[in-house]
Ligand binder design. Structure first.
Ligand SMILES: NC(=O)c1ccc[n+]([C@@H]2O[C@H](COP(=O)([O-])OP(=O)(O)OC[C@H]3O[C@@H](n4cnc5c(N)ncnc54)[C@H](OP(=O)(O)O)[C@@H]3O)[C@@H](O)[C@H]2O)c1
Length: 243
């Protein structure tokens, strides 16, 4: 049951994977959570599993009309916004049309999903204690073409956002995961061989779990993190440094 002084948390992509675990952690802390995604049935299933303090909200965050329509269903005051929605659906091909589809698609799926919502509700963020946490990727620093470039632009945007929100005492930070299993992100691409290959690139010798990224998000949303802003918190088992 939500605490009397529960915070309002919005988690995009909260129906699956990392976002689902983020929502679960906030519910466990007694907060009220809205989970946002495109598939209503997935969100409703997740909300049933997470309990009565979770509200599902279907919205394509890359579509400005959809975002505008969703505004009435979002809390009037938002304490924590977690921009976690994103994906990598790489159309193959080298011709200009395929390249355009890949770059535009990755930008829409990973940057606009965060920017359209944040800009639309920035006036609802609680002065003094509000938090914006955006999930990027190790790919922002270690290649991965259009997907990595899209995630890297979140880093530049986050600095700008942190500078703008800082005067109101609101922080804006990034969590950048390495490879995480148990989500829909890779689908069948993350087979046993690929897991081993990726685990070998880390210092811990393994890939991550959604709850381990969720822990970093919840920390940045906590009172203890109030003096941290404009930062990128890497969560990759040491893969960024490598062996
Ligand atoms: N798994 C990894 O190894 C890994 C590593 C680094 C970074 N990340 C990042 O972590 C975040 C979460 O990914 P995940 O691994 O948990 O994968 P996931 O299970 O596929 O989660 C992505 C979520 O985003 C939602 N979403 C995607 N596009 C959306 C849109 N246009 N509007 C609204 N919701 C949208 C999806 O729901 P719908 O399809 O229903 O919309 C889904 O719930 C992503 O930003 C991803 O890039 C993941």
């Amino acid at each position: 049951m939500a605490r009397q002084d529960a915070r309002n948390i919005v988690v995009t992509g909260g129906g699956t994977g990392i976002g689902f675990e983020v929502a679960r952690r906030f519910v466990d802390l007694g907060e009220r959570v809205v989970i946002v995604g495109r598939r209503r049935s997935v969100l409703e299933r997740a909300a049933v599993e997470l309990g009565p303090d979770v509200t599902p909200l279907a919205c394509d965050l890359a579509d400005p009309d959809d975002v505008e329509a969703a505004l009435a269903s979002l809390p009037a005051q938002v304490d924590v916004l977690v921009n976690n929605a994103g994906s990598r659906e790489t159309p193959m091909g080298a011709g200009p049309h395929a390249v355009l589809a890949r770059w535009r698609g990755d930008f829409e799926r990973n940057v606009l999903t965060a920017v359209l919502l944040t800009e639309s509700i920035r006036d609802r963020l609680t002065p003094g204690t509000g938090r914006v946490i955006t999930v990027s990727s190790i790919a922002a620093l270690r290649g991965a073409g259009s997907y990595g470039a899209a995630k890297a632009s979140l880093h530049a945007w986050n600095h700008f956002l942190a500078a703008q929100l800082g005067a109101s005492g609101i922080t804006a930070n990034i969590v950048a995961p390495g490879t995480v299993s148990g989500t829909e992100f890779f689908g069948p691409r993350l087979d046993e061989a690929e897991v081993s290959r990726r685990a070998a690139r880390t210092l811990l010798g393994r890939i991550g779990e959604p709850g381990e990224v969720a822990g970093a998000v919840v920390f940045l949303a906590s009172e203890d993190a109030r003096f941290i802003t404009g930062e990128i918190l890497h969560c990759n088992g040491g893969e960024l440094l490598g062996r």
